[in-house]
Design a protein around this ligand. Structure first.
Ligand SMILES: [Zn+2]
Length: 471
């Protein structure tokens, strides 16, 4: 994917906010979609669906708030409304919920968006499936909405993973290769095991590096992410939080890096840059702080933009701007709090406060508050989102590599125009069928084990590791 959207390839003319009149609102998403139309922004409609409250089944506001933000994720909801999940369910996937969570989620979303009526919906079916597959989210205890969201997206991904048999993919380092090639290989390796509507919409790629401070050798690692978990310090704005998160820092003693050139443990520093930016960007403000000696909630106001969040300075290779469409709020204290969400409805283009069964319109200026905990942004500079798919193996890949080798200008990203054209031509369309039978299969866990412990098995890299549960 990296090759298809180098910084130069995204020209200024293509960076523009989608005008509502340009919306191809009549385009219907089909099963072999190559692109997902971006219909977040449209002219206000006469009808207003999706404004339905959800009943609280006993401390389940953290689930309701997450569902409402996902429900207002226009392309995801359209995918379920078009029943595309029926074609993609992967019930054999040992990491899935056998489609149970996805079926319950699809049923709920279709009910929410079916018609204009004011009564609330009981989300019992979905919540009981979530609890069945992850006993951590049992009834009557307030949990962390971010952890619930992470689990739900993970299960939707595995239930809808288009990879039927995950090939074993060896973790490799390509330190001798230019960043562009490393990034592309890491992304392609990831797609060999993970392709779904969730990957298409929510996942991006970061470039992590370690540097020896004695010989200055750098080592890069490209990783996939689904959230940015940002530190909250003093009052400030979102861009400051992002800068703080991405700033380079020296590793403390005892945590230092073994430099392969010095052949010794050395003083070193680490840093992160965003590389490939996701279509839907979920930002988690780390308001819950847990240390050995104390636990607290950070209540500072972090200002965040509703329009045109600009990440151009934070990505090494892609330019993009984002508009806000959802916020999960947490009010109250660590020990007794309540979750609600603010979401922008794609039909009315107005903002609403979803507070369990209650739904009421709010003013746009109310959206930014010190209760904001998770932010949902969509890329506003494109009119469609591309499906992520593996490129043809071997021949294409080798030609990309040789093309890059000839250019010899990767580090400063100075590809000349003819080179860029050549790269764009190499971006071939979607090839979704298995290109070859995998030779080595990944370790398959027994179904029995999976059923007994259906906990999420992989953690997104930006997810915090410290214990963040709500009591
Ligand atoms: Zn060194």
């Amino acid at each position: 994917m990296g090759l298809c959207s180098s910084k130069e390839a995204v020209s200024e003319s293509s960076i523009r906010r989608v005008h509502p009149l340009n919306m191809e609102s009549s385009v219907v998403l089909t099963i072999n979609y190559a692109k997902i139309p971006n219909k977040f922004k449209r002219l206000p409609q006469n009808k207003s669906c999706g404004l339905i409250g959800l009943q609280n089944l006993g401390n389940t506001c953290y689930i309701n708030a997450a569902i409402q933000c996902l429900s207002n994720t226009q392309p995801l909801t359209e995918y379920f409304q078009q029943k595309l999940h029926n074609h993609e369910l992967n019930i054999e996937n040992p990491q899935s919920s056998r489609g149970q969570i996805t079926n319950a989620y699809a049923h709920l979303i279709c009910s929410i968006w079916r018609e204009q009526y004011n009564k609330s919906i009981n989300p019992f079916q979905l919540i009981s499936m979530i609890q069945l597959w992850n006993p951590f989210f049992v009834m009557n205890t307030q949990q962390d909405s971010h952890e619930l969201l992470a689990f739900l997206l993970d299960m939707l991904h595995e239930d809808l993973n288009r990879v039927k048999i995950k090939p074993y993919v060896e973790e490799k380092t390509y330190d001798q290769q230019p960043n562009q090639i490393q990034a592309n290989r890491a992304w392609q390796d990831y797609l060999k095991r993970n392709r779904s509507i969730i990957v298409d919409l929510f996942q991006g790629q970061s470039r992590n590096f370690l540097q020896c401070l004695i010989c200055n050798t750098k080592s890069y690692k490209f990783e996939t992410f689904m959230y940015l978990s940002l530190p909250v310090q003093g009052e400030g704005d979102l861009l400051q939080c992002i800068s703080e998160y991405l700033k380079e820092e020296e590793l403390d003693e005892g945590n230092q890096w073994f430099c392969s050139i010095c052949k010794s443990v050395r003083r070193s520093k680490k840093g992160i840059k965003l590389w490939k930016l996701p279509n839907i960007l979920v930002i988690h403000l780390k308001r819950f702080k847990f240390t050995q000696s104390y636990r607290c909630k950070l209540r500072q106001l972090i200002n965040f933009p509703i329009y045109n969040l600009d990440l151009n300075n934070y990505s090494e290779q892609e330019q993009a701007t984002y508009d806000l469409y959802g916020v999960i709020n947490h009010s109250g204290t660590l020990h007794s709090g309540h979750y609600t969400s603010y979401c922008k409805n794609k039909d009315t283009q107005k903002w609403y406060n979803f507070d369990d069964t209650k739904v009421r319109e709010i003013k746009e200026k109310e959206v930014v508050s010190s209760d904001a905990y998770l932010l949902f942004y969509y890329k506003n500079c494109v009119d469609s989102y591309e499906r992520q798919s593996e490129l043809m193996r071997s021949s294409i890949k080798n030609s990309q590599v040789s093309l890059f080798k000839q250019s010899n200008v990767f580090e400063n990203n100075n590809l000349n125009p003819s080179m860029k054209q050549g790269m764009n031509k190499l971006c071939i369309p979607e090839i979704e069928q298995q290109l070859s039978t995998p030779q080595i299969f990944g370790k398959k866990k027994s179904m029995k084990t999976q059923k007994l412990s259906p906990l999420p098995r992989k953690k997104p890299i930006f997810q915090v590791s410290d214990n963040q549960k709500m009591q």
